[in-house]
Structure formats: C-alpha cells, structure tokens
Write a protein that binds this ligand. Structure first.
Ligand SMILES: *Cc1c(COP(=O)(O)O)cnc(C)c1O
Length: 381
C-alpha cells in the first residue's frame, strides 16, 4: 500500500457512475431534449416503476419535492396534523411546514430503528380524542431498513389515515419480498448524490393511484391548465426532473442490483471484522426484511466498550482522513422544531447518542474498508 493511498480521503457515500449514463445524456444532447422533460424522463419513470413494482411514477427534481407533492395530494393544509418519524433527515419533515401543517414527531422502535407502532397509535388516539384527525403519517425506511409495515399499515387503515413512505434511502430494499415504496398511498425516492443511485439530484413520487400521479405531474410543471395561453386555477411548482438528469438515472438504474449487492457486502465486511468488539452492535435486519444497507450503521455502548464512545471513533476516523457521521439527530431535538408535539420514549435519542454511520459507498475498495476497520480497532487498544 502506498503512502498516498493510505492517506487519501474515504468518503461516507460518494456518487458511483456506471459508465452507462453518458449514452443517455448524449442522446438527450443530440436530439436537443435538454429540458424540460423528454424521452429519458418517460423511460426513467417506466423503468423505475418496473423495478420497484409501482404502477405509476413521477420523476421529480428532488425527494423533498416528492414529499411536498405527496402531502398536497393527501389534502394536507394549514393547521392540519401530520405524524412523522422523528429519527430521520430533516427533509422528511420540512414539507409539513411548507404546507403550514403541524409536525408531530414519533419515536422509533429498537428493532428496525424506524417508527414505533405503539407510539404512533398513542398519537393517533390522542388527536382523534380532540377531533383533530391526523391527515397523514410519514414513515421512513432509514439507512435502507424497512419499517414495521404490517403494524403501521394496519393501524393507519383502521383510522383511514394515508401513509407516505419516505424510501429516499431505501431503493432496492424489500419487505416480505415486495420492494418498499409501494406499501403506502404514496412512496418517495431520492436520487441525491449520496444515495444508492443518483441523477445528480432528483426524486420520484410513486403511487398505485394513477390520477394522483398525473395530478403530481400537473402540479410539478406550474399547474398549467389546458389552454393555448397560460391559464392557472391552482398554485403550481417547478418540481419536474430534467431530461438530462433522467438520462443519468437510466444509466444508474441499469446497475442497481450490483449497487445493492455491493452495499450489503460492505455491511457484511464491517460486521465480520467489528462485531466482536465489546459494545458494538449493528442495525438489525429482522426476518422478512431486506435492507439495501445504504449506510452501514452501528451503535457503541460505552458501558460495554470500556469507555469507548461513538465520538471517540468518529474523531479517530477523521484523524485518519475517513469520513463518518453520527446517526440522524431526531427531529424532536432539533431547534427548528422546538415545541413540536412528540410521542414515544428515548429510543431515537439513544440511537443518536451512540450511533455512527461508516463509509458505505459502493465504490469503496476492500483496502479502504480495511483502513476503516483498523482505525476503529485502534480505539479499543
Ligand atoms: C435524502 C433524503 C431525503 C431528501 O431527498 P432529496 O432528494 O435530497 O430532496 C428525504 N428523506 C430522507 C430520509 C433522505 O435521506
């Protein structure tokens, strides 16, 4: 190993091009389908829908835009209650506020680290008693791990509340042999640069409801009514994916199976080399759940580790030019959401305190991961 490769930066999750993207992008250039829309967008939607098993897909400018449209199409308006998993990235919750609605945060359960069905039920009952029926539930498949879908879907069906699946991190993950993103009224995906595949920036909205998806395309292109001039009866958005970005996405989608395979291999590598260290635990994958292992996530219990903390490890990795990151800071602890109602205990808080994401890109070499493992082991010497 050269000194250079020994000190080069190892990233958490960087874009990994397949080489097949350029063909689609070139085609877009040659046919002058640069923007907006065009055949790459249509085909990306079709190919994505086939891969996931979702009958209708709208390609959009971001996962955040997809969530925003899902809320609009669920009828979320000013003052409405929307229940949202607390343990997530802020983009899951921000669109609630775009709508002037009230975010109510729900704790995680320890098995999958995703929304806790008991805490969710408590919140639903609480608001029903006050005649404030929640307008939607946003659950997240965090780091690629599917949430407890059976329990959550049954609960929301009982109370007739639409479920929005934030599958931004979970393309390729499955629950009981069905790909996630198709279980709720809406599913959303992200193709941001750090996700399992990228369009350089983009997202998608999924639904079995054809009318809802066609309405999302209408809203995403400035809500232009059918007239020769520009006629508007609704507020629109500029949320569509461009034909160039969709070309990148098509080239990325061709290799999604390999990307999932590689990320799962990364996880196995880390687990094999680190699970024996005292106090280290990896995110569990229960029977019937299949995670794309977007990021390998672990927790460090300082009582069992002999005092080694997540922060010791993060700083050690940083010293060795390796990027790692604490698990998401729960939304109910974020200054921007101060005062928002919260249901649950301290599961997500504890995960934030003790958890770390390791470099997990599908373009990492085994040498890179060996360097990560070695650095972590040094903390335990
Ligand atoms: C990345 C991400 C989003 C937002 O997606 P963008 O395409 O970046 O807008 C939403 N939710 C979660 C959980 C994410 O990780």
């Amino acid at each position: 190993m050269s000194a250079q490769s020994n000190t080069s930066r190892i990233w958490l999750s960087s874009p990994h091009l397949s080489g097949r993207e350029i063909r689609y992008v070139q085609e877009a250039f040659e046919t002058n389908w640069i923007a907006p829309l065009g055949p790459n967008v249509d085909n990306f939607e079709k190919e994505l829908g086939e891969y996931i098993g979702s009958p209708h897909v709208a390609a959009l400018s971001s996962g955040t835009a997809a969530l925003h449209l899902a809320l609009i199409l669920s009828g979320v308006k000013t003052g409405d209650i929307v229940l949202c998993q607390s343990f997530t990235f802020s983009a899951s919750a921000n669109p609630i506020v775009y709508q002037g609605a009230i975010p109510v945060f729900i704790d995680s359960e320890p098995d999958t680290w995703n929304i806790c069905p008991q805490a969710l039920e408590e919140a639903i009952v609480h608001f029903l008693k006050r005649r404030q029926k929640p307008k939607a539930v946003i659950l997240v498949h965090l780091y690629g791990m599917p949430a407890q879908l059976d329990e959550v879907l049954a609960l929301c069906a009982t109370h007739d509340i639409p479920v929005i699946e934030d599958a931004a991190e979970a393309l390729g993950s499955a629950y009981k042999a069905k790909r996630v993103g198709v279980f709720g009224k809406f599913g959303i995906l992200s193709f941001n640069g750090n996700k399992i595949i990228t369009t350089s920036g983009g997202g998608a909205l999924l639904s079995a409801d054809e009318k809802a998806i066609s309405q999302s395309r209408f809203l995403a292109t400035q809500a232009r009514d059918n007239a020769p001039h520009y006629e508007h009866t609704q507020i629109g958005y500029n949320y569509r994916m461009s034909n160039v970005c969709a070309g990148i996405g098509r080239g990325q989608l061709e290799v999604i199976a390999e990307r999932v395979h590689q990320r799962r291999k990364n996880f196995d590598f880390y687990k094999n080399h680190l699970a024996a260290l005292p106090g280290i635990r990896f995110q569990n994958e229960p029977e019937g759940f299949f995670s794309n292992r977007w990021l390998t996530a672990l927790t460090v219990d300082p009582v069992l580790s002999g005092g080694v903390t997540r922060e010791n490890i993060r700083l050690k990795l940083l010293e060795e030019n390796i990027e790692s990151r604490p698990l998401w800071k729960p939304m109910h602890l974020q200054p921007v959401f101060e005062g928002a109602p919260y249901f649950g205990g301290k599961v997500s808080e504890k995960l934030f305190e003790t958890g770390l994401c390791l470099p997990s890109g599908s373009n990492l070499s085994e040498t890179d991961m060996e360097r990560v493992v070695l650095s972590i082991k040094k903390c335990f010497d």
